[in-house]
Design a protein around this ligand. Structure first.
Ligand SMILES: Cc1ncc(COP(=O)(O)O)c(C=O)c1O
Length: 375
């Protein structure tokens, strides 16, 4: 039985009528950018994230970019980022002529190791960007304590972690700013590109609003050089509909994660597959379910090939660490070893976790992983 890594058509069927209705309304109104639909979504999204404000933007990448832009940084300022993340986390730093400084991840999670942050900071370190990778919060108390001690800002890269929690606090409400992606494959996905920034800081909020439209206030009077980071009304309206279902969809993913744990524990390959650690003090929302093969790259690649031959969806997030990327590898901070990030890149693989998966499909994935390991 083929099992896709993600099947968004099933989710669409649940909300199709609502989406069609709002789409038609927007088409009839011919009001496509910002406006009432965006404001409605921003209000409810801020509430969902337990923040005072949220600002809808054009993508998760632009959410990170605009968050850095409003902090009055100077070229050459340093920004701490994990060595293991999606490219955008460090890409935005480099684009603003800031310097990414890479820090290894923890051996037990895919998140930045807070015990290594301070030794990578200098007088020029102005920002720390923890990433809540795959939907599980980074160690936020330790990170905020370091940032407070050293006078740095914390921007949470919450692109993969909408609704995740750290000690009952929602992700995006813990640092100074949170940056979200609504890329379609995220737990809260738009019908195209979209993102949002969250904050409790009123002054920062006003700046984000201005930067989203070329630093403009009022119309055609520009105080800053911002950009076009606007979100479409249609995306905001669809996200607003989906927000109502999000908790249910999170629960579906958590149920699937529990079933994987149960089935792997009872399988004959239990000691050859490491499942994601659900760490204390956190609510994991499983944007991805990344398993690891401690035997290393050759075993992981063998299983990957087997799964693909059987039509079981799987992928590698991410095959390279950030310091290994061609465009970063000459940076001074890319020269040191990052053993835990390198191990994650060599050993891990994402398997299907989307909420609509059936028990049979999950059992099939486990069966084929076992068969792949023994092939
Ligand atoms: C950790 C992380 N940061 C940033 C982004 C960028 O988001 P977007 O693709 O919406 O620009 C992503 C997207 O996958 C991501 O996973």
């Amino acid at each position: 039985m083929a099992v896709p890594l993600l099947d968004l058509k099933l989710q669409y069927q649940q909300i199709r009528d609502e989406v069609m209705k709002v789409t038609e309304e927007i088409y009839e109104s011919q009001m496509f950018i910002l406006g009432k639909r965006v404001e409605e979504f921003e209000k409810d999204f801020a509430e969902y994230c337990h923040t005072k404000y949220s600002v809808g933007v054009s993508s998760g990448t632009d959410a990170l970019l605009i968050a850095l832009m409003v902090l009055d940084l100077e070229p050459g300022d340093e920004v701490i980022v994990p060595a293991y993340s999606f490219f955008a986390t460090a890409g935005v730093v480099e684009r603003l002529e800031l310097i990414p400084v890479f820090v290894d991840i923890e051996p037990d999670s895919f998140n930045i190791d807070p015990t290594q942050i301070e030794s990578h900071m200098s007088a020029r370190t102005k920002v720390i960007i923890p990433v809540h990778l795959f939907g599980q919060a980074a160690e936020m108390d330790a990170i905020n304590a370091i940032a407070a001690r050293r006078g740095a800002h914390v921007i949470e890269d919450a692109a993969q972690a909408v609704g995740a929690e750290w000690d009952d606090k929602r992700i995006g409400s813990i640092g100074r700013v949170g940056a979200f992606s609504f890329f379609p494959s995220k737990n809260l996905g738009a019908f195209g590109d979209a993102g949002a920034v969250t904050t409790d800081d009123e002054a920062l909020y006003q700046k984000l609003i201005d930067y989203r439209v070329h630093g403009m206030r009022p119309k055609y009077f520009h105080h800053y050089v911002g950009g076009n980071f606007r979100i479409d009304a249609l995306q905001a309206a669809i996200l607003h509909i989906k927000l109502k279902y999000l908790e249910d969809w999170h629960r579906g993913r958590q149920r699937n994660a529990d079933l994987y744990r149960e089935l792997f524990a009872g399988s004959d390959v239990a000691d050859r597959v490491k499942l994601p650690h659900a760490l204390p003090r956190r609510r994991h929302i499983y944007n991805q379910f990344c398993i690891r093969f401690p035997e290393g790259r050759a075993t992981r690649d063998k299983v990957l090939e087997h799964l693909r031959s059987k039509g079981i969806g799987c992928d590698i997030y991410y095959p390279l660490t950030l310091p290994q990327q061609t465009c970063f590898k000459e940076l001074p901070s890319a020269k040191e070893p990052f053993p835990h990030s390198e191990a994650a890149a060599a050993e891990s693989m994402a398997i299907p976790i989307f909420p609509e998966l059936t028990k049979d499909q999950i059992a099939e994935v486990v069966r084929e992983i076992s068969a792949g390991l023994k092939s």
